[in-house]
Design a protein. Sequence first.
Length: 112
Amino acid sequence: MRNPLEGLTEAEFQSQVMVVARRFGWRVAHAGRAKVGGKWVTRMATGWPDLTLLRPPELVFLELKRTGGRIRPEQTVWVDELDTVAGVTAAIVGPDDAEWVWQLLSRRTSAR
């Protein structure tokens, strides 16, 4: 069966993740970029994950990629280190991982 999200850009996939997260009660923060002097820059540390999702007691960091998107070494370092923190889930995901992401965002927590 063909993945209905296959072929989405990173921005389109991010929009889908944000809609689903909000639907399940997550607070969503995006590490956005701005164009300054003709260059795209971020105020966050290089490699910081795209989305920070909070629904106490859970905290999730997601680095989003389009299918086949390039993962930079500094992105891997941030995600790997964040994922070692108790109570934190961090992952690099793309449209092929949507089912896992939806399950993560929809699961019930003991605090709810």
